[in-house]
Design a protein around this ligand. Sequence first.
Ligand code: FO1
Length: 313
Amino acid sequence: MAVVRVVLLAGGVGGAKLAEGLQQLLGERLTVVGNVGDDFELWGLTICPDLDTLMYTLAGAASAETGWGVAGDTFAALEMMARYGEEVWFRLGDRDLATHVLRTALLRQGWRLTEVTAHLAARLGARARLLPVTDAPVRTRVLTDEGELAFQEYFVRRRWQPAVRAIRFAGAEEARPTPEVCSALASAEAVVIAPSNPFVSVEPILAVGDVRARLRALEAPVVAVTPIVGGEAIKGPAAKMCRELGEEPSALAVARRYADFIDAFVLDARDAALAPAVEALGLRVVVADTMMFDPESRRRVARAALEAVGVEP
Ligand code: FO1
């Protein structure tokens, strides 16, 4: 049987569910390229929330309640930080903390983020390959009606309440996708765009160097799975951001944002009426139930995405 290699571009929680579904079908033939725009530094530690969410989910170690962090984690270190008078709005668990301590130590020894991520993910037991899109620092900055905020300040501290006026990815233009990302894309039979937030999870990946141009030039088909169903985000602020940035929140709006580099689009069954409008963008449409709440439904959505680009796992 031919070896099928698939690359998934993904943000955090929503992307991780599809990553896990694809991993069930493809195992090590799956490469997941993660967003680093929401990375930040806290107490001298390098924190990579989306890479960690992907890693914990692929390794079966993610918290089922939140989708991020480690299952069964405790917060003793954070309680101690609070006693020292530190702000503790970012809930770093004790086990999760070990990830950040080790990552930071290895980076200080000169490892690339790509190498650190591969090491941690392999030791935890992820089967798919996990790659940061770049080893260079890229930081998502959200311009709101309360001024410009670092991504986690906007997302976690302010619970995505300030109205968004614009978003920029500091460092993305100068950053380059890693050689590992470039060769994974070049040898992929298909590329899948996860149902992650287009504005702050997928676009910071596309904004790194020439990633978007590479996808546009790719011979292999590219398919995106909708993150918006019935005009609402499956999770998080995607629909709210859409409205604040002057767009109608819909799966069609997402398909339009990606139309220059995708070939196919997976619509949710509840949005089946949008199929002709998405097809009019020149895209092949597959209509499926896109809800992912257990291993079986994750596998089902993964299958729909592969079917949309004619890949048989
Ligand atoms: N998200 C929250 O809403 N609150 C938190 O306290 C929080 C802590 C956290 C710790 C580690 C980690 O890897 C992720 C964490 N997240 C938290 C999730 C995260 O920051 C966002 O979901 C992503 O950055 C958006 O994709």
